[in-house]
Design a protein around this ligand. Structure first.
Ligand SMILES: Nc1ncnc2c1ncn2[C@@H]1O[C@H](COP(=O)(O)OP(=O)(O)OP(=O)(O)O)[C@@H](O)[C@H]1O
Ligand SMILES: [Mg+2]
Length: 470
């Protein structure tokens, strides 16, 4: 009978010897790495890669529902061996686990079993594997993860009911599931095409941004009257690019420090949206309450402010310069692929520093519904591509300014949901357009009258003045 210590020693020696003479090299990738509470990114990438690329060759698989509970995620089961081939070289992956000492109380998930992957290959391929294969696996695995992930809509305004228990993170999120696409978006076709190609160019120009030394980001300013599809456009962009959305509510951000923190916690492949920028900030750095959503005008629930020195007061607000820094690239260190979008109903109210090129690279105007946009809506809502009323509608759309939201609403009044008869719906739209046309004519008339009156008054005043002088 051999003493325990000696036995352990001999086993260790035997392992050493076999490794010494073995022509094979083993690389182990543990599930939990240095930062103990986070699953290692490489481990996760391998898991995705093997499930995707090599699963067909494995005998024992396990399937789990992905986060969105729609896609099945298949991965290689524990204690299973899979073969892979890379540039003609064969290598083997083992998924395995090591039960940890039972006496330990588990502090983090996975303490019970230490799972790991082992990669075995011939030592003559060492350089190929380390320099090319492993980076390849990492990239592939990441791509698979991205394809399977559930996209999310983040918000910093957690006062609502959602996820309010998640106090720790500055952002709270819900699933992002907006059906809007560029196909369903009613707007000028050329305009739409130019936006799509701009987005594609952005997505593909990682190297270019690195070369010119810019952060990999792009800013869009969406402007136009209410109901012209600015928010819808953002959803369509996110769907097109497969990005997350961060909806940044500036009025809920206390100061520039908090703004920076929010920004740093965003991840790549995301769109950061600040809606109604003109209502959120003004040039003196004073934040305005937005009355649009029925928020209170004044902070009368706050304690009366003690007189403080102006410097201190400054830090309690998000200022324009804070916002500019935020866009400019304090943060370029935290990786790229971000799009920043501002929306506004009044472009002319914005400070030129905010929207100059370089900050907002592209200004996109969303405008009233014209015939091209209407055709998209008619197709979406009524499945009509041609109709005898189209000619009249085309004419009326040119003469009135109706937003796509109103056109859609008039074409399909919510109360008459069941009547999807195109004839009825389009006739309803014609009616509404005619009414809008009359209203517009009246408005113009009134404006004209007012102008004439003012002119008259001015002339009178001038005449009076001239009389006095003489
Ligand atoms: N161009 C469009 N194409 C398709 N649908 C549209 C379009 N514009 C508006 N709609 C419809 O009208 C609704 C309101 O549009 P949306 O919220 O995108 O407008 P908005 O420009 O963001 O308005 P606001 O300035 O008030 O925020 C949407 O739910 C959508 O169904
Ligand atoms: Mg909107």
């Amino acid at each position: 009978h051999i003493p325990e210590t000696l036995r352990l020693y001999l086993t260790a020696c035997a392992t050493k010897l076999t490794t010494y003479f073995s022509p094979y090299i083993t690389i182990t990738i543990p599930e939990y790495c240095a930062e103990r509470f986070k699953r290692g990114e490489f481990f996760l990438a391998i898991e995705s890669y093997l499930g995707h690329a090599c699963a067909r060759r494995a005998h024992k698989l396990k399937a789990e529902l992905a986060k969105d509970s729609k896609n099945l995620q298949v991965s290689v089961d524990d204690h299973e061996e899979v073969m892979d081939e890379f540039k003609g070289v064969t290598l083997w992956w083992y998924a395995s686990k090591q039960p940890s000492k039972a006496s330990l109380i588990s502090f983090y998930p996975g303490q019970e079993d230490k799972r790991f992957y082992q990669l075995v290959f011939h030592r003559q391929h060492r350089d190929l594997i380390v320099d090319e294969y492993l980076p390849f696996v990492l990239a592939e695995g990441r791509a698979v993860t991205v394809r399977n992930r559930q996209r999310r809509l983040f918000t910093n305004n957690a006062s609502g009911s959602w996820n309010s228990y998640r106090q720790k993170s500055v952002w709270s999120h819900v699933k992002f599931e907006h059906p809007a696409t560029f196909d369903t978006l009613a707007m000028d076709t050329d305009h739409k095409e130019s936006i799509i190609s701009d987005l594609m160019a952005f997505q593909e120009s990682k190297e270019y941004y690195a070369k010119v030394g810019n952060a990999w980001k792009r800013g869009y300013l969406l402007y136009g009257p209410p109901g012209t599809g600015k928010s819808t456009m953002i959803a369509a962009m996110a769907n097109f690019l497969d990005y997350d959305i961060y909806d940044l509510e500036l009025t809920a951000v206390k100061n520039n420090t908090e703004l920076r923190k929010l920004f740093i916690e965003t991840t790549g492949k995301s769109i950061i949206v600040i809606e109604d920028i003109d209502c959120s900030i003004d040039l003196t750095g004073k934040r305005l309450k937005r009355d649009k959503k029925g928020t209170k005008e004044s902070d009368d629930d706050e304690k009366p402010k003690l007189p403080t020195d102006p410097e201190k007061d400054e830090t309690s607000k998000v200022t324009l310069s804070g916002l500019l820094n935020f866009i400019d690239g304090l943060w370029s260190a935290c990786g790229g692929e971000r799009i920043i979008i501002f929306t506004t109903n009044h472009k002319e109210k914005l400070d030129s520093a905010l929207i100059r090129r370089g900050r907002m690279d592209k200004h996109i105007e969303m405008s009233y519904c014209r015939f091209e946009g209407f055709k998209v809506l008619a197709n979406n809502y009524l499945d009509v591509a041609e109709h005898e009323l189209f000619g009249e509608i085309r004419q009326l759309l040119e003469e009135t300014d109706m937003s796509p939201a109103d056109v859609a609403e008039n074409m399909m009044p919510m109360s008459e949901k069941k009547k999807r008869d195109p004839n009825v719906c389009l006739a309803g739209l014609v009616e509404a357009l005619k009414k809008a046309k009359v209203a517009k004519a009246k408005e113009e008339e009134e404006a004209e009258a007012k102008k004439a009156k003012e002119k008259h008054e001015q002339e009178e005043a001038e005449a009076k003045k001239a009389k006095e002088e003489t």
